[in-house]
Design a protein around this ligand. Structure first.
Ligand SMILES: NCc1[nH]cc(CCC(=O)O)c1CC(=O)O
Length: 301
């Protein structure tokens, strides 16, 4: 029996879904077919923040799971709301690809002229980039990666910032001028990782999908997402987090920046990967006591 994998229709989404389908077939011998799903986030021209964040991409695929039209779905993990929907199970988190953000354009970030126009719709990226270069103009943009890159090609913008993993998936790495290290631009929690989801009552399937899981990626992104949840921040908050599990130790760093880029709270911790959730909660509590929640609240609308 062929399994049906639901995916958004963008090139990035279908590419990452096909990667998961191929990995699944290689490991289990079972055939997988992709089922394209059009989500409201893909058709609406409204600014994503006004739609309640990127959760709109996720809920359309979950609807198809509930309707029985697909057996499992692949999402970009960073698009998943931190509050888990009990009807679905995160059956696998495959090994993460590049977690970093990339600058697409002709010049490196430090070489951009004062007043240069940099496109990004993410408050996190704007706040952190503004901290480094308050002299640049940050222009809100949305649309798929292809549309965004097109604004650089056309000269409307001098650069755009996109996730490196996504650019790799759509084979656009040759247009990258610079990849930001975590110390410069803290990635979104879960960036570069994928989430494989199915209905919670599909015990038959959950056990099979588990072959795709990478435990070290799972502990890292669990910690990153728990920081976001404990800060009670949404996907549009200026919050970055990055964790790495080397198999013995989980290192976690999180950063909250005021939207004007002028103040920030950054904290790091380390511990056992099995303690990912409590490590992250403790770190978030410390950040709140240092004023992280006030930084997020300021200038947010
Ligand atoms: N918010 C949209 C989104 N969700 C996941 C990715 C990139 C791929 C990834 O992080 O896995 C992107 C585009 C971007 O931020 O450049």
């Amino acid at each position: 029996m062929t399994l049906r994998l639901g995916t958004r229709r963008s090139l990035m989404a279908t590419t990452q879904s096909q990667m998961v389908a191929d990995a699944y077939t290689a490991r289990t011998g079972r055939a997988v077919e992709l089922v394209g799903v059009t989500t409201f986030g893909d058709v609406s021209k409204a600014h994503l923040a006004q739609l309640g964040g990127t959760g709109v991409f996720v809920s359309a695929l979950r609807d198809k799971l509930m309707e029985g039209e697909i057996d499992f779905a692949v999402h970009s993990l960073k698009d998943l709301p931190t509050k888990q929907d009990p009807r679905v199970t995160l059956a696998a988190i495959p090994a993460r690809h590049d977690h970093r953000d990339a600058l697409v354009g002709r010049l490196r970030f430090a070489d951009l002229a004062p007043g240069a126009r940099v496109g990004t719709g993410s408050p996190r990226r704007v706040a952190m980039l503004r901290a480094m270069r308050p002299d640049l103009e940050y222009v809100p943009i949305r649309g798929n990666a292809d549309t965004r890159i097109g604004k650089v090609t056309s000269g409307e913008l001098d650069a755009v910032v996109l996730a490196s993993a996504g650019l790799t998936r759509i084979s656009r790495t040759s247009e990258i001028a610079q990849i930001f290290e975590v110390e410069e631009l803290m990635p979104a929690p879960g960036q570069g990782a994928l989430a494989v989801e199915c209905l919670s009552d599909r015990d038959d399937l959950i056990d099979f999908l588990a072959v795709l899981d990478d435990p070290r990626t799972r502990s890292a992104v669990t910690a990153e997402r728990e920081v976001l949840a404990a800060l009670e921040a949404g996907c549009s908050a200026p919050v970055g987090a990055f964790a790495h599990d080397d198999g013995q130790t989980l290192n976690l760093t999180a950063l909250v920046v005021a939207l004007d880029g002028r103040r920030a709270v950054r904290k790091s911790t380390a511990g056992s990967p099995s303690e990912a959730v409590s490590l992250a909660r403790t770190l978030a509590d410390e950040m709140i006591s240092e004023g992280a929640d006030r930084l997020m609240g300021e200038h947010s609308h």
